[in-house]
Design a protein around this ligand. Structure first.
Ligand code: TXA
Ligand code: MG
Length: 313
């Protein structure tokens, strides 16, 4: 794994078949989802999963999301509930990850759950992710395909910038349409938002007809939510209305920057371009100032990632 030549695969039948074959061999393969690129491996194979942690340099206590092609496959892994059923009918395939108690005989490596009694599952919508999961015929553990603690990848080039030579292949299907990671909701107990993401919490609450808790407290382990995460190399200053000397400005709406997330103030467009903009500004080597972004809808996920990018480290 340490000095592999990383294959750059096209998402055609041949590329999908090669990616699936690599997963079956226990290799690590990056693939697009509608949210961000994931770094996949066979979730039943401890060595394959260990290879994800090694490639990313990820602390081993941080559990991974298991990706499956459909609801029935998910149901075999977890203790399914009525609430899970409502949410899966409304939002799967899509940018929602559900945390549920592990089912007996789930067959997943304990490295995937980092020893927890729950597991995070998701049915992605992206056609290439769907094709890969259907071809691979296995649960695929996949964190975002970036070096641990750095900005998540929304293009194959972002993946290669961080992980080239450390993973077997990347399936390249262009930029990810949503652009921020999935929303993570724990259903092991009261429905609790563990991470705001590509599905606005308001949509979940509308489907359930009740508010979800936003207070994960200390009891629930979502170690990916470490304060300094999604971090570019440069320092990040939030709620800036203009750049100070030496800074580059990431604009939004009426505040025009060196790059502007959405000149029309559209949050979906801003989410889709957020990580690529951070990657680009990071390459300037200058400190990054960021314009204020509204906190509603997808703005919750955008502000969450920006706050972590700006956290001291
Ligand atoms: O959009 C996404 O969710 C992407 C794509 C590839 O699917 N994946 C992703 O994975 O963002 P990752 O590993 O970067 O983030 C997974 C998060 C982490 O914060 C982790 O702590 C949390 O999910 N998590 C995983 N299993 C958990 C569990 N059993 N209980 C609580 N949190 C869990
Ligand atoms: Mg991540």
């Amino acid at each position: 794994m340490n000095q592999t030549k990383t294959l750059h695969l096209h998402p055609d039948a041949d590329g999908i078949a090669r990616a699936a074959a690599l997963l079956a061999e226990g290799a690590q393969v990056a693939f697009p989802t509608e949210t961000v690129y994931g770094l996949g491996a066979d979730a039943r194979n401890g060595q394959a999963v260990a290879g994800i942690y090694a490639a990313k340099g990820r602390p081993s206590f941080n559990p991974l999301i298991v990706h499956v092609p459909d609801v029935d496959t998910a149901r075999a892994l977890v203790e399914w509930t009525d609430t899970a059923d409502r949410l899966a009918s409304a939002f799967w395939p899509g940018a929602l990850t559900l945390v549920l108690p592990l089912a007996r005989g789930h067959g997943l490596s304990s490295l995937v759950t980092a020893g927890l009694e729950t597991v995070a599952v998701r049915v992605p919508q992206h056609p290439t992710a769907q094709a890969l999961l259907n071809a691979a015929q296995m649960p695929v553990a996949a964190p975002s395909a970036n070096v641990s603690g750095r900005i998540s990848p929304t293009t194959a080039q972002h993946v290669l910038d961080g992980l080239s030579g450390r993973i077997a292949a990347v399936l390249d299907d262009g930029p990810c349409p949503v652009g921020v990671e999935s929303t993570i909701l724990s259903l092991a107990g009261t429905p609790t938002l563990l991470r705001p993401g590509g599905l606005p919490a308001e949509a979940i609450e509308a489907a359930l007809g009740t508010p979800v808790s936003r207070d994960a407290g200390d009891a629930i382990t979502a170690p990916g939510q470490l304060a300094s995460h999604y971090a570019p190399g440069a320092t990040v200053r939030l709620n800036a209305t203009s750049a100070q000397a030496g800074e580059v400005l990431l604009g939004f709406g009426k505040i025009k920057g060196d790059l502007t997330l959405s000149a029309s103030g559209d949050l979906a467009e801003a989410a889709a371009t957020l990580f690529d903009a951070l990657h680009q500004l990071d390459r300037t080597g200058k400190p990054i100032a960021v314009a204020p972004i509204p906190a509603t809808g997808l703005g919750a996920a955008i502000n969450d990632r920006l706050k972590r990018a700006a956290a001291p480290r």
